[in-house]
Design a protein around this ligand. Structure first.
Ligand code: ATP
Ligand code: MG
Length: 192
């Protein structure tokens, strides 16, 4: 449990049903690999692309953050997000997660920058680590022995339109985290 009065939160893109289906199919393709049993797979309804992890924050910070996000995210044009490839993070040698990559980093990175600016404007600390957009399929319970090979394993090419970012609360649970929506902010349509 987070300390008194705080909640664990992050900003994300909620993914479309088509993307959930593609991720489920990709997961099916990995089922025969020797390390597949060592992975805790993300439930379909929990799938998302994290734009910014916040950790334990005050409710008042969340309120302020949504206000800042509303202004800044509206400046980012709606864009298409396409999945491409399966990757091991942070590397194939020491994988902690299996994830789907995204085809073009530029628009989603622009959105992540707007979110970062909102976090700082709301009084949060700046993130030092580079943003690497991905959608996590599963996390290793224990690191696999040796390098893992994802050659020939694919995720179907699928695209969604990103129209909003969401602020999610995460309540950790041994059966998988429970997420709930604290706020939704719309991207810009290009029409004033
Ligand atoms: P569990 O930890 O039980 O596997 P989870 O990872 O889905 O569940 P959280 O740990 O609350 O739930 O994480 C929410 C999101 O933030 C996930 O996308 C996770 O990968 C990401 N995240 C968590 N911790 C960090 C961190 N320290 N830095 C960057 N992103 C993080
Ligand atoms: Mg986690």
């Amino acid at each position: 449990m987070p300390p008194d009065g705080k909640l664990r939160a992050f900003v994300a893109i909620d993914v479309s049903p088509e993307i959930r289906d593609a991720l489920a199919a990709a997961r099916g393709e990995l089922a025969d690999l020797p390390w597949a049993g060592d992975v805790r797979w993300v439930r379909a309804e929990n799938q998302h692309l994290t734009l910014r992890f916040l950790g334990d924050v005050e409710r008042s910070f969340c309120v302020e953050l949504v206000r800042e996000l509303e202004r800044r995210v509206a400046e980012v044009p709606v864009f298409d997000l396409s999945l491409v490839g399966l990757v091991a993070f942070p590397s194939a040698r020491r994988p902690r997660v299996i994830a789907a990559g995204v085809e073009d980093d530029a628009p989603v990175t622009q959105l992540a920058r707007a979110v970062e600016a909102a976090v700082v404007a709301a009084g949060g600390e700046a993130e030092e680590r580079r943003f690497r957009p991905h959608i996590t399929l599963g996390r290793f319970r224990k690191p696999p022995r040796g390098k893992i090979d994802l050659a020939g394993r694919e995720v179907a090419p699928v695209t969604m339109s990103v129209c909003e970012a969401v602020l999610l609360r995460s309540e950790l649970d041994p059966n998988g985290a429970k997420y709930s929506t604290l706020g939704r902010v719309a991207l810009g349509t290009g029409v004033d």
